[in-house]
Write a protein that binds this ligand. Structure first.
Ligand code: ATP
Length: 320
């Protein structure tokens, strides 16, 4: 059976800038794939490519293909692509404020999605809205449906956005840093809600995050992006036990350890280069502790390691 979502060697360009270079991902039904990397590594562009949304920002897939349930997105017209989003693919954005209309009551905003995608009557749509809110353990669902967005907390608003993403009964949910705008205590609840949807409804989840701790908690596989290229990809447990790529190691080392004093959060020295100034060879080499002269000259190919792959000229000798 084909994967639910498959990106095969895609490159993405906006104008003359090539922003993604040969990225491949596979996501099976009922699985969670974490897509990680620092800000600017290409996570959001990958998500937009997966949803066929690149034209919105003037971008396009310049090489490779994006397949959903075996179907090449490039072979669909705009109407078909729109039907796919919202119906079979649900999207949860970073900031619930931008996803909700401040001048419409909550219920009306969710109703409209199921009327549009499922063709439900007004009454049936409202019943479905209440059902979805209840499934997301929102107390007093009736009252919340009558509320305005500004009356709800940030965490509650993000649950509403998740409810909207679920209205079409999607097979895939793409969540782009869904907890960034929320308080730390609420972040864990939202992550648990998403993990629950995978467990209970069997949806596939593409979770974009820069939090490796969350990846370790709920993902089956992880894909590590750096400067528009895949650094490493594979099942979570072996990657955390023995990361192959130095960038993955650096990201794992940034996870705050229990008992660590506040303010001692470690970062990776240096910064992700901008797309117009990608270094030659391995794009991570200027920040890499393992780099040699070769790393500045040669582009490392992706090498299969166990059930995963990593792109480094100096992979550890012992595979997983
Ligand atoms: N519309 C655009 N036009 C030009 N360059 C862009 C555009 N969108 C993104 N980029 C560039 O593409 C690269 C990847 O961006 P992307 O937003 O995918 O990163 P990200 O990993 O999602 O970061 P963040 O965590 O900050 O959302 C960056 O160098 C960014 O500056």
């Amino acid at each position: 059976m084909s994967a639910l979502l498959e990106l095969q060697n895609i490159s993405v360009s906006i104008g003359s800038a090539q922003l993604l270079d040969g990225v491949s991902l596979r996501l099976e039904r009922g699985q969670t794939l974490g897509l990680v990397g620092e800000s600017g590594s290409g996570k959001s562009l990958t998500a937009m490519a997966a949803m066929g949304l690149l034209p919105l920002i003037g971008g396009h897939v310049s090489d490779g293909s994006v397949r959903f349930d075996g179907q090449d997105l490039a072979s669909l017209n705009d109407t078909q692509r729109r039907a796919l989003r919202g119906r079979r693919i649900g999207f949860v954005t970073q900031n619930p404020m931008t996803a909700l209309d401040p001048v419409q009551r909550i219920g009306a905003q969710i109703d409209v999605v199921s009327r549009l995608h499922l063709g439900l009557t007004k009454q049936a749509a409202r019943a479905r809205t209440i059902d979805l809110l209840t499934q997301l353990r929102i107390p007093e669902a009736q009252a919340v449906a009558e509320a305005w967005p500004h009356q709800l907390s940030g965490g509650m608003k993000q649950r509403i956005v998740i409810a909207m993403a679920l209205t079409g009964d999607p097979e895939l949910i793409i969540a782009d840093e869904p907890t960034t705008a929320l308080d730390v205590t609420v972040q864990a609840q939202i992550i648990q809600i998403l993990a629950g949807l995978v467990r209970e409804k069997g949806v596939a989840l593409l979770l974009i995050t820069h939090d490796m701790g969350v990846v370790a908690q709920i993902c089956d596989r992880v894909a590590v992006l750096y400067a528009g290229r895949l650094a490493e990809e594979g099942p979570v447990a072996p990657i955390f036990a023995a990361p192959q790529h130095p960038y993955t190691t650096a990201l794992i080392n940034c996870i705050p350890q229990e008992g660590m004093a506040r303010g001692t959060l470690r970062g990776i020295p240096g910064a992700v280069p901008s797309a117009r100034q990608y270094p030659s060879g391995c794009r991570f080499h200027p920040r890499c502790t393992r780099a040699t002269a070769d790393c500045a000259a040669l582009t490392p190919p992706l090498i299969t390691r166990g059930d995963g792959q990593a792109a480094c000229l100096h992979l550890p000798e012992v595979a997983l």
